[in-house]
Ligand binder design. Structure first.
Ligand code: KIV
Length: 282
């Protein structure tokens, strides 16, 4: 089997569909086993998203993870040594206060093994974006329904439905691309707006709940595999029901333990007759 080419922020940047490229496939992962599996399955980008908070750590929203957790999980995924680009998500408040702090936090994710960082927001976040880029760290933008703005948005709502808001989002996307972001995630926006943004900016857009016109797609792995505890949003396609598989497998294991069917002879280490005799005399 031929070795996969290593995916870099620079190689992602060149993948506009309009120029003949295939759509980019991105998925989240939060640990080594799933980092290894999604890489072997052929994804281009593994996002260690701050959705870690909900999908792995049991929090209600993404506002509850900080830099320590994000660096810990970026390091775990990176130990899979994937060919896919690992993007580390900067958590809420890690890049909002001072550009210098944003650079230090981005550098932590790079030292943990990421090849790029992602952050939410448009023109308001340009000082952070520019400072991180000036430290030679590739940045992926994220616009639209940005979960870290949950309270400011008044809930998880599709963004850019009105012309004024759509105009602002387009201006944000252009500003991020002009600043040097290598790609921009568009989350929870009407398809026509995603199509417009995709046509107007020179770097790839990666959609989640943004329709088929983007240069790539991203899904949260726990939604795609049926591991989430919440009902999946309309834009999710569930490719497997691992939750059901886990219930059935662990249920069978419990039944076998309780009935004595596990472990069997073949699953047991046997000692010599001498050892058994010696133990009898102890
Ligand atoms: O954290 C995350 O999973 C994300 C995706 C929804 C893009 O940011």
């Amino acid at each position: 089997m031929s070795e996969r080419q290593v995916v870099t922020a620079a190689s992602v940047r060149s993948r506009k569909r309009a120029e003949g490229s295939e759509p980019i496939a991105m998925v989240t992962a939060y640990d080594e086993p799933f980092g290894r599996l999604v890489d072997a399955a052929g994804v281009d980008i593994i996002l260690v998203g701050d959705s870690l908070a909900e999908n792995v750590l049991g929090h209600e929203d993404t506002l509850h993870v900080g830099m320590d957790e994000m660096a810990h999980h970026v390091a775990a995924v990176s130990r899979a040594r994937p060919s896919a680009l690992v993007v580390g998500d900067l958590p809420w408040l890690s890049y909002h206060l001072e550009p210098l702090e944003a650079v230090r936090n981005a550098a932590r994710l790079i030292r943990a093994g990421a090849g790029a960082v992602k952050l939410e927001g448009g023109r308001r976040r340009l000082p952070a974006v520019e400072a991180i880029l000036a430290a030679e760290i590739p940045v992926m933008g994220h616009l639209g329904l940005t979960p870290q703005s949950l309270h400011a948005m008044g809930g998880y709502k599709v963004q850019g439905r009105q012309l004024g808001a759509a105009r602002e989002l387009l201006a944000d996307a252009k500003a991020l691309a002009d600043a040097g972001c290598f790609a921009v995630v568009l989350e929870g926006v009407p398809e026509v707006l995603a199509e417009k943004v995709t046509g107007e900016i020179p770097v790839p857009t990666i959609g989640i709940g943004a329709g088929p016109s983007c240069d790539g797609q991203v899904l949260v792995m726990h939604d795609l595999l049926g591991l989430s505890r919440r009902p999946a949003p309309k834009f999710v396609r569930r490719y497997a029901d691992l939750g059901e598989l886990v219930l059935a497998a662990v249920g069978r294991y419990c039944a076998d333990v309780r009935s004595g069917a596990f472990p069997s002879e073949e699953e047991t280490y046997h000692g010599s007759r001498e050892l058994a005799a010696g133990l009898g005399e102890l």
